[in-house]
Write a protein that binds this ligand. Sequence first.
Ligand code: ASP
Length: 303
Amino acid sequence: MSNTPQAGAVVVHGGAGASREHEDGCVLAARRALAQLEVNGDALDAAIVAVTTLEDDGRFNAGSGSVLGLDGATIEMDASIMDTRGRLGAIAAVQSVKNPVQLARAVADTPHWLLAGEGAQRFARAIGMPASEPVSERQRAAHRKILSQLAGSVPAMPGVNNNLFDRFWNYNTPLNLPEGSACDTVGAVVRGADGHFAVACSTGGSAPKLLGRVGDTPIIGSGFYAGPEGAVAATGIGEHIVRHLLARTVYGWIADGMPLAQALQRGVDLFDPSIAGGLIAVSRNDAAACSNSDMPHSRMVQR
Ligand code: ASP
């Protein structure tokens, strides 16, 4: 940890493969994170403020905007937080929680680092966290789009045969195909002026997905990582990200002295260009974002 005072920095993303039309949401989230840094200088608090803002936005696949499961009713969310003060928490496949990132933060105060499914949901109720808002028309429209993609011949998830979702179906109600894959998770990385680093991530998961599917977002070293040389968050299809332990791999390159932009580009280059992938990171003296497709994001440095 550097003891030398440096400028605080924030980078926020709204998901690889998501429309940049929604970038104003990332700008607002980064602005709020910088304002939070001014309040108490805590990089983790700032990262959580940014991700909470994006969860409440409704246009991103996280919190209030989370993608519906293939049954058109279930929403399962993943989230994570980590910083260089030793705080680490995550939740996986949790239902009915308004702000999963805050639940992940609360897990960091328990004896555990990761809570999943019903246990995570009960934990949320036990500590008085509000339940999710009702499903919006936007979420329903995204679900209809996924079902129509699944019914077509082009894979709804790159490289995965559409029939596999039917074959391994595990929701309570039958698959009802109608008459693109959602991949716009959110994340934030922050460098505090005191040299501490933090990361926070949240997602409704990439779609289409089976019940109980967990991606990279709550998996340390895959979707997120923070260490004495920086913090990294990944976005894209979790099944690909975990195979590269992407966040920890990129962090390792940064810690070895590779310029930040080069480390992020090398990480993104691990993906086939047909698979949307993106990274954001802060290091001791830099802050950057990189992706192989559109990725709404915002980068701000304290003056
Ligand atoms: N990585 C997330 C997941 O696979 C999705 C995303 O980043 O958009 O759950």
